[in-house]
Design a protein around this ligand. Structure first.
Ligand SMILES: NC(=O)c1ccc[n+]([C@@H]2O[C@H](COP(=O)([O-])OP(=O)(O)OC[C@H]3O[C@@H](n4cnc5c(N)ncnc54)[C@H](O)[C@@H]3O)[C@@H](O)[C@H]2O)c1
Length: 266
């Protein structure tokens, strides 16, 4: 099995629609032992979602911006396993006034919150887990990106935070590579999760993907994204680091779909 014997931390499970929930499911199916984290008022939802996994894993509370939570998590993992083989960072948040077309008038505090929770937090998680990953002789970290090479409707300061997250991925890859830790990101196509539904205008992405993604795209199916995360957490990507892997039906490579009248079809 792909992840046989791996000890993995999976953040970001809120419901069984979460990308992290599907990653947790596949990780268990592929032989990994996992621990989940839950956040704030969503903690009870995480605990409920955990019971729908093949085996119910433990859930540890983690507000990534709270150093005491990070410390307690590391203490828990140290006494539980003494080492860690990998982790998924599936954490993002932007205040309402940082999304939805308010780009020009977003206050600095809201842009900063989006950056801290959605980008800087990858560094926080990586540094917190570093001793455990070193104890395993190395490991793998994966985060979740949404394409930010172009400006999207409504995505606003979350798009800026995701651009920062890509850079954080590369700098972490630089600094953790010597510890045999690979650091990557998966750039996912749009998926109908709680986080996505909170982005005003998210429904528009459905039409754009339907027109441009050469493989097609199903907003209700996080499985392809979760599978790629599993590969990046596994021993089957031993020399891949600092990479942004697109799992978006090929969308990012195509400027316009055949539906615009200029494309060729066979
Ligand atoms: N759904 C999409 O279309 C899509 C596409 C590309 C990338 N992503 C990214 O995937 C990741 C997971 O999102 P999702 O779509 O599965 O939605 P989700 O709502 O299921 O997950 C978001 C998670 O972030 C957690 N979170 C927020 N603030 C936190 C904090 N301070 N500390 C710890 N956890 C915190 C929430 O508890 C939740 O579990 C996010 O980074 C998101 O930007 C989503």
């Amino acid at each position: 099995m792909l992840l046989e014997g791996k000890r993995l931390l999976i953040t970001g499970v809120l419901t069984d629609d979460s990308i992290a929930w599907h990653t947790a499911r596949i990780a268990q199916e592929e032989g990994a032992e996992i621990v989940l984290t839950g956040f704030g008022r969503g903690l009870s939802l995480t605990e409920r979602a955990a019971t729908r996994l093949p085996t119910t894993p433990d859930v540890v509370e983690l507000d990534i911006n709270n150093p005491a939570h990070m410390e307690a998590l590391v203490t828990d993992l140290t006494s539980r396993w003494g080492a860690l083989d990998g982790a998924l960072h599936a954490i993002a948040f932007a205040p309402e006034d940082a999304l939805g077309g308010n780009f020009l008038y977003t206050p600095p505090e809201s842009a900063s919150t989006a950056f801290m929770t959605s980008a800087f937090s990858y560094k926080t998680l990586a540094v917190g887990l570093l001793p455990l990953l070193q104890a395993a002789g190395g490991g793998a970290l994966v985060t979740l990106d949404f394409d930010n090479t172009q400006a999207w409707p409504a995505y606003d300061w979350m798009g800026v935070a995701k651009a920062a997250l890509q850079a954080v991925t590369r700098y972490l890859a630089r600094d953790l590579g010597p510890h045999h830790i690979r650091v990557n990101a998966v750039s996912a196509g749009p998926l109908a999760t709680v986080a996505a539904k909170n982005i005003p205008g998210f429904v528009r992405f459905k039409d754009v993907w339907a027109e441009r993604a050469p493989l097609g795209w199903d907003l209700a199916n996080p499985d392809p994204v979760a599978r790629m995360i599993a590969v990046l957490l596994s021993d089957w990507s031993p020399m891949t680091s600092g990479e942004i892997v697109h799992v978006d039906g090929g969308f990012h490579a195509i400027a316009a779909g055949p539906g615009d009248g200029t494309g060729q079809s066979v």
